[in-house]
Design a protein around this ligand. Structure first.
Ligand code: TYD
Length: 201
C-alpha cells in the first residue's frame, strides 16, 4: 500500500510571506502546492464572491463560503493527492477560518469548528507553520504588490485580532509551529525547514 503523503499548511496574516514559503517548500519536496480560497473551478467562483466588496456578504455566509471552498478542495485536490502518496503544501487551511471568521469577525469558535469538521471530514495538516509578523510590516509588504487590497486587508484592528487569534491557535495546537516572519527571508526559510524536518520525515 502506498504510504500517505504529508500535509503541510502555512498560515498567517496577509503579507506575512506565506505564498513564497509555501512555493519554496513545495518545490523542494516535489509536493503539490495549492491554496485557499480558490484552487478548484468551484473555489475560483466562490473566491470571486467572497472577495467582492460590493456583495455585502454576511459573516456567517462568509464562513459557509470558505467552508464550501475547503470541502471541494479537500475532496477534489488534497485528499486524492495524499492518498496517492504525494505531499501537499497548502497556503491557508482551517486555521485561517478560525482566525479570520472567528477572531476577526468574532463568530463563535465552537460553531466554526463544527462547520470545519463537516467541510474537511476531520482532515488536519500534519504540521501547520504560522508565519508571524507585526501588522505594520505585513502592510508595508502588501504595499509593494501589484494587486489591490482585498476586503480583509483594509483595517489594522481587524488584522491585529487575526494575528492574535493565529498566535492563540498555535499555542493551543501541538501540530502548529511559529516562525518569526519579520526576520530576513533566508532565516525565515531556515526556520521553516527546521520546523518541517522536526515534524515530519
Ligand atoms: P489569500 O488568497 O491568502 O490572500 P492573497 O490574495 O493576499 O494571497 O486569501 C484571501 C483572503 O481570504 C485573505 O484576506 C484571508 C481570507 N480568508 C478567510 O477569511 N478565511 C479563510 O478560511 C481563508 C482560507 C481565507
Amino acid at each position: 500500500m502506498t504510504p500517505r503523503g504529508a500535509f503541510i499548511a502555512f498560515e498567517g496574516i496577509d503579507g506575512c510571506g506565506k505564498t513564497t514559503q509555501a512555493r519554496r517548500v513545495a518545490d523542494a519536496r516535489d509536493a503539490l502546492c495549492t491554496f485557499e480560497p480558490g484552487d478548484t473551478a468551484l473555489g475560483a467562483a466562490l473566491r470571486a464572491v467572497v472577495l467582492d466588496a460590493d456583495m455585502g456578504i454576511d459573516a456567517i455566509a462568509e464562513l459557509l463560503v470558505m467552508a464550501a471552498d475547503r470541502a471541494q478542495h479537500v475532496a477534489e485536490v488534497i485528499e486524492p493527492a495524499l492518498v496517492a502518496g504525494r505531499d501537499v503544501v497548502c497556503d491557508r487551511f482551517s486555521g485561517s477560518t478560525l482566525a479570520y471568521q472567528g477572531h476577526g469577525r468574532r463568530l463563535h469558535l465552537d460553531s466554526i469548528r463544527r462547520v470545519l469538521e463537516v467541510a474537511t471530514g476531520g482532515l488536519e495538516p500534519d504540521v501547520t507553520i504560522l508565519l508571524d509578523c507585526p501588522v505594520g510590516i505585513a502592510r508595508a509588504r502588501r504595499a509593494d504588490r501589484p494587486t489591490e487590497s482585498d476586503r480583509f486587508e483594509i483595517d489594522d484592528s481587524f488584522s491585529e485580532r487575526v494575528r492574535a487569534g493565529f498566535l492563540e491557535l498555535a499555542s493551543a495546537t501541538a501540530s502548529w509551529r511559529v516562525v518569526d516572519a519579520a526576520a530576513p527571508e533566508a532565516s525565515v526559510a531556515r526556520a521553516v525547514d527546521d520546523c518541517i524536518a522536526a515534524a515530519i520525515r
